[in-house]
Design a protein around this ligand. Structure first.
Ligand SMILES: Cc1ncc(COP(=O)(O)O)c(C=O)c1O
Length: 404
């Protein structure tokens, strides 16, 4: 009853929060942090923002300015974080939803072919939980019609595939440093690109944004103290049982605040940046334990788990048989102190109030619907112990059985 693992997060000590709060003479710590991020991932240009969605919105505004014709549609997956849709709307563009493959969580191959259209400005590629995307086929679709590719690496910071870091696969990319991400500064985002034309525009858009006020920095400091103190399973059960805190909620809100990255977040990012490899390797090891434990169960599927190496999943995505089983499993795991989550509550097409922002009438996305109904994600962060993993596997066996 008094134990619950958080679905995601990273340990941050109070000492580190105090360090981040201390002025160190660096005038713009956010810009300095984004420079370090750019160096780490091999991007020539990098820009700090107050969140991943502010980074995406600025990228989209920049691409719309660069585009020679009036392209006003942005392809996004029919199942992804609702903030992606919020950023498209905030940039004044239309959302074009595209279905995903429920096993790879990447765009469905048949949907990719249909993206080559003259109204489309950009395709946003979200490598959910750290699962890789099929960049080759997207590149050939994009090249045919001059569409920009945006690498949304909000959930895959520090992960390499095809010899390059996530975030740098497309024409431009971005990271989120929000609470549940690979590395967190509580909130934050960085945009990266190697293209000078795109960088020039993003620089101009970013220059119009304000820095967070002193008051909002104080509130960030308070939230960081709470985050640092409450992520342990022995404490996390308390805030997570208070519904008015809205922990873990995902909302579609095009009116979000747009700003640069604050100094406190920038200093914290600088302090923690070197740790991302260790954090990601802990995630791989925990995911491996889960995958080994679940491997004999035919009635579920751990996504992206084929092969020898284990991805540093931000959370381990597992597909169950149907929504009923999924909901039963989530309740049982929570009772046992495991903060598994169903991730996003619906497909993008089913978000209340989104219709007027959609570029087409298409509402039927079977791949995205299957994921919205059947997905659970298991926590892989450093506060998850071996005994949490074994308990999770035992509960899954008990609730759904080991056979098909
Ligand atoms: C795939 C994806 N894209 C974009 C975002 C937006 O990032 P932020 O929450 O920092 O605005 C998130 C995170 O919430 C995300 O998971």
């Amino acid at each position: 009853m008094f134990y619950l693992t958080a679905p995601a997060g990273i340990p941050i000590s109070l000492h580190e929060v105090a360090e981040a709060a201390r002025q160190d003479g660096c005038t713009h710590s956010g810009a300095e942090f984004s420079r370090l991020v750019g160096d780490m991932v091999g991007a020539r240009y990098s820009f700090d923002f107050g969140s991943g969605r502010a980074a995406l919105c600025s990228i989209l505004r920049s691409l719309a300015m660069l585009s020679k014709n009036d392209r006003d549609q942005v392809v996004i997956p029919a199942y992804t974080c609702f903030s992606v849709a919020s950023a498209v709307v905030r940039a004044g563009l239309k959302i074009r939803l595209s279905d995903i493959d429920p096993v790879t969580l990447d765009y469905a191959p048949e949907a990719t072919v249909r993206m080559a259209q003259p109204q489309i400005l950009a395709i946003v590629v979200c490598s959910l939980f750290g699962l890789p995307s099929r960049w080759d086929s997207l590149r050939s679709t994009a090249a045919k019609t001059g569409i920009y590719l945006i690498d949304d690496a909000a959930q895959s910071f520090g992960i390499e595939s095809d010899g390059v870091f996530s975030g740098t696969h497309g024409d431009v990319g971005f990271y989120s440093f929000g609470r549940g991400k690979n590395l967190t500064t509580y909130s934050g985002g960085v945009a990266v690109t190697n293209r000078p034309d795109i960088a020039n525009r993003i620089g101009a858009v970013q220059a119009q944004l304000a820095y967070p006020s002193r008051r909002s920095q104080l509130s960030t400091l308070g939230r960081l103290v709470a985050y640092s103190a409450m992520l342990r399973p022995e404490v996390y059960w308390l805030p997570s049982s208070l519904p008015f805190l809205g922990i873990g909620e995902t909302v579609f809100d095009p009116g979000f605040c747009q700003s640069r990255l604050g100094d406190i977040e920038g200093r914290l990012g600088r302090l923690l940046l070197d740790r991302v490899d260790v954090l990601n390797s802990v995630r791989s090891s925990t995911a491996r334990l889960f995958i080994d434990g679940l491997s004999s169960m035919e009635s579920l599927q751990a996504l992206g788990s084929a092969g020898e190496t284990t991805l540093p999943y931000l959370r381990l995505p597992v597909l169950l048989k149907d929504r009923k089983v999924r909901d039963r499993v989530l309740i049982s795991l929570r009772k046992a102190g495991i903060g598994a989550s169903a991730m996003y509550p619906s497909t993008m097409a089913d978000i209340p109030g989104i219709e007027s922002y959609l570029a087409s009438d298409e509402r039927d996305f079977p791949g995205a619907t299957a994921v919205a109904d059947r997905l659970i994600t298991l926590p892989t962060h450093p506060y998850v112990s071996r005994s949490d993993v074994y308990r999770t596997v035992a509960i899954l066996r008990e609730v759904i059985g080991s056979g098909s």
